[in-house]
Ligand binder design. Structure first.
Ligand code: KIV
Length: 304
């Protein structure tokens, strides 16, 4: 019986994998941490090639790749498929699976069960979950099970309805103090890092200085320990209105549209395929084939 190598458990990271402890050292060295979302194997590989430290399989997939209007419909099964694909592509970066809405809110048991699935069935190195307050026991339970947790506060898209829409958070002194309290509590609960989304820069800066764990900002200014952007936003692939914090580094969507249009026109105009795209056949084999096909015309008819 052959013994197949097991996928490494979180306590024994794969060779070449960024050790999670390195993130706190990067914070101490003031070395910015790069996080990028990805949703498939090529995305994981390209983010790795680009030197990303963290790859997030975000539930933003619900909007960017599955065509929903919000992140809420993302399911565990969908997120597991996407996470498996990303972990096949990304080697050095830590791959963080985003726990979708409904996978952790109801109980600690649900939270641990689903976090374990991400690590064991999909090869994730860590999970991310949105919220603080009532979610603190979930963080403690998952960390207690040996799985690293990244927190996420500020604009938490899974609860956008409760927050009054996709809008910046912590813009009054009272709300900013509540965010600082949430951040401290998530650190105390055991999070290894914290995403701050759509938070005023000075508030994110103060939270970053108060915490020993690294903060990763998205729309949170330049003073967080790292930055994250969504794949489709960086590359110009998402057609909706981008939030003000997005910087586009390419217009891949336009390039794809132009390439697909050129291909379609080539097919219609019979410019594709050309000789170089086709397989040859020895003349004698072709002659034999033609003769055999003419000898048995009824068989050819049968297949029509
Ligand atoms: O789902 C996601 O992509 C995220 C990032 C925006 C942080 O949560």
């Amino acid at each position: 019986m052959s013994i197949r190598p097991q996928k490494p458990a979180p306590a024994t990271p794969a060779p070449g994998k960024l050790p999670i402890t390195e993130l706190a050292e990067m914070k101490a060295r003031h070395q910015p941490i790069v996080m990028i979302t990805a949703y498939d194997a090529p995305g994981g590989r390209l983010a790795d090639d680009a030197g990303a430290d963290l790859v997030l399989v975000g539930d933003s997939a619900a909007m960017t790749v599955l065509g929903h209007e919000s992140t809420v419909p993302a399911t565990m099964e969908e997120m597991l498929i996407l996470t498996r694909a990303v972990t096949r592509g990304a080697r050095r970066p830590l791959v963080i699976a985003d726990m979708p809405f409904g996978s952790f809110q109801a109980s600690d048991e649900d939270a641990v069960h689903n976090a374990v699935r991400f690590v064991k069935d999909a090869g994730a190195d860590a999970v991310k979950l949105e919220g603080a307050g009532a979610m603190l026991p979930r963080v403690r339970a998952i960390v207690g099970a040996g799985i690293p947790v990244q927190g996420h506060i500020g604009l938490t898209p899974q609860s956008a309805t409760m927050l009054g829409g996709f809008r910046a958070q912590g813009r009054s002194a009272e709300k900013a103090i509540a965010l600082l309290r949430d951040a401290r509590e998530l650190e105390a609960a055991g999070c290894f890092s914290l995403v701050l989304e759509a938070v005023p820069a000075p508030v994110a800066g103060r939270i970053t200085r108060e915490l020993t764990i690294p903060t990763i900002g998205i729309g949170a200014g330049a003073d967080t320990d790292g930055q994250v952007l969504v794949w489709h936003d960086i590359l110009g692939l998402y057609e909706g209105r981008a939030p003000r914090f997005v910087k586009r580094y390419a217009e891949i969507g336009e390039e794809i549209r132009a390439a697909l249009t050129a291909y379609s026109e080539d097919v219609r105009e019979r410019r594709f395929p050309e000789e170089q795209h086709t397989y040859a056949m020895a003349d004698e084999e072709l002659a034999l084939f033609e003769a055999a096909a003419s000898d048995h015309p009824e068989h050819a008819d049968d297949r029509c």
